[in-house]
Design a protein. Structure first.
Length: 133
C-alpha cells in the first residue's frame, strides 16, 4: 500500500510541476496593458492646460510613437482623455515653447505646423513637473 501511495504522490507532483511551468510561460507571454491617455494624465496630475498640453504631447511621442504632433492631434488627445478642450491650444503650445518644453518640428504634419518635445520637456514631464538641471 505504501508503494501505491508513493506512486500517486509522484504523479501529483509531476502534474503540479507541469501546471506551474505552463502558468509561468503564460505570464511571460501576456502583453502588458497599455496605459490610456486618461490614465496617464491622472498619473501625472498636470496643474493647468499648459501642462496638460505638454503631457498629451509627451504621450503621443512616447506611447503612440508620433514623430511630431499638431493642433489636430492635441485636440484629439483632449477629446480622447475626456478633458475640457482649451479655447486656444496654440497659446498653450506657445507657453510650452517659451518654457523650452516644446519646439517646432522640422516638417509640417498634414499641412499644419507641428511640434516636438525638447529634452527638457521630456525631463519635466518624467519628473512630475519638477525642474531638473
Amino acid at each position: 500500500m505504501d508503494e501505491e501511495i508513493k506512486k500517486i504522490l509522484e504523479d501529483h507532483e509531476k502534474r503540479i510541476k507541469s501546471i506551474e511551468r505552463f502558468l509561468t510561460r503564460t505570464e511571460e507571454v501576456k502583453p502588458k496593458k497599455e496605459l490610456s491617455l486618461k490614465e496617464f494624465i491622472l498619473q501625472k496630475k498636470p496643474h493647468d492646460d499648459v501642462q496638460k498640453t505638454l503631457v498629451i504631447g509627451y504621450y503621443l511621442e512616447n506611447n503612440k510613437n508620433f514623430n511630431s504632433f499638431n493642433t489636430k492631434d492635441l485636440e484629439n488627445g483632449f477629446r480622447v482623455a475626456k478633458e475640457k478642450l482649451p479655447k486656444n491650444i496654440n497659446d498653450k503650445v506657445n507657453h510650452n515653447i517659451i518654457n523650452a518644453h516644446m519646439t517646432d518640428a522640422e516638417k509640417k504634419k498634414e499641412n499644419r505646423k507641428a511640434w516636438v518635445l525638447t529634452s527638457s520637456g521630456v525631463r519635466f514631464v518624467s519628473n512630475d513637473f519638477k525642474k531638473v538641471k
